[in-house]
Ligand binder design. Structure first.
Ligand SMILES: Nc1nc2c(ncn2[C@@H]2O[C@H](COP(=O)(O)OP(=O)(O)OP(=O)(O)O)[C@@H](O)[C@H]2O)c(=O)[nH]1
Ligand SMILES: [Mg+2]
Length: 300
């Protein structure tokens, strides 16, 4: 063990990633830990759970907590729950990454900023810097936003291009307490493979089905088995109406096939082994006794 990795010097702590929907929180967390544990999409409201992404480098364990985008538009029960998740995550963090998009700061951003407790160090992360052609405008923008809160640092990044992520990590580390690691050196999340499997399928539904499908559709893993390296996953996508079901299944089952294939590939990559996947689409009302559905499967 090197001197810097001795238990006294080891740092470990919780880093909350917050911001309005769609600023790139999940993309950033995945880029930071180098694995895709949190799903992403072009649509707002992709993340619905608190998702932990863990990275251990030398003498530091970063425990990132990705959160749902803070909802300001609709006050339904789902959104209230999502917002509570964000608020709870903030108070238990050692450091907060407050994400915004380069060149944009609106009321939705301000509402998230208002939630951030003064007592927790907060880094202003200006994401999607790659979208700004004229980099000279970034500085005045950063200064203008930096004046709104007592930020511990301001870091422009690009999550997709992995620009400035090491700089962000260095800033973040300064605020982590001296603690021994909480997780194993190879752990990347505290979520189960079963949970991750459901999330991966939900991401494909988001990506391959247009805005017509209500975001309330959900994924249930009915069986998850492992035999040696092989995972067998039996999943159901629950929808509210039969029209939604045909939308998901597509012409001759083509869409469900695509969702299934892409999900299986992602799972195989993340779990590090072959995956057998069956997905059924079920209409929620009485779906438990209605096995009629189209089966899409694959084996590798
Ligand atoms: N150009 C560019 N696009 C990005 C960057 N980071 C994220 N995106 C895109 O922004 C969109 C939203 O990304 P997500 O990571 O799902 O955003 P989020 O903040 O987690 O969204 P919610 O979970 O819905 O709150 C996706 O289409 C990403 O590919 C970036 O650095 N540059
Ligand atoms: Mg997200």
């Amino acid at each position: 063990m090197t001197e810097s990795a001795s238990p006294e010097n080891f740092r470990c702590g919780y880093i909350a990633i917050v911001g309005r929907p769609n600023v790139g929180k999940s993309t950033l967390m995945n880029a930071l830990i180098g694995a895709k544990v949190s799903i992403t999409s072009r649509k707002a409201q992709t993340t619905r759970h608190r998702i932990t992404g863990i990275q251990t480098i030398d003498d530091t364990q970063f425990i990132y907590v990705d959160t749902p985008g803070f909802q300001t538009k609709h006050a339904n029960a789902l959104n209230k729950t999502l917002n509570k998740t964000v608020a709870n995550t903030l108070t238990s963090a050692d450091v907060i990454l407050f994400l915004i998009e380069a060149g944009t700061f609106g009321p939705a951003d301000q509402q998230v900023l208002d939630l951030i407790p003064e007592s927790v160090p907060c880094i202003l992360v200006i994401n999607k810097a790659d979208r700004v052609k004229d980099k000279a405008v970034l500085l005045p923008f950063a200064q203008q936003i930096a004046a709104k809160h007592n930020f511990a640092a301001v870091v422009p990044v690009s999550a997709t291009l992995r620009f400035q992520l090491d700089g962000l990590q260095k800033e973040t580390r300064r605020f982590l307490p001296e603690n021994p690691p909480e997780f194993g050196p190879d752990d990347i999340t505290d979520r189960s493979e079963k949970f991750l499997a459901a999330e991966i399928i939900r991401e494909k539904v988001f990506r391959f089905v247009g805005d017509e499908l209500p975001y309330t559709s959900t994924v249930l893993i009915e069986k998850f088995e492992q035999e040696g390296d092989l995972r067998r996953v039996f999943a159901a996508i629950l929808v509210e109406r039969s029209t939604h079901k045909s939308m998901l299944i597509g012409q001759k089952g083509a869409r469900l096939k695509e969702i299934s294939t892409q999900s299986r590939l992602d799972m195989a990559r993340l779990f590090g082994g072959p995956v057998y996947l069956e997905i059924w689409v079920k209409v929620k009302s009485g779906w438990a006794d209605n096995e009629a559905g189209l089966r899409a499967y694959g084996y590798e």
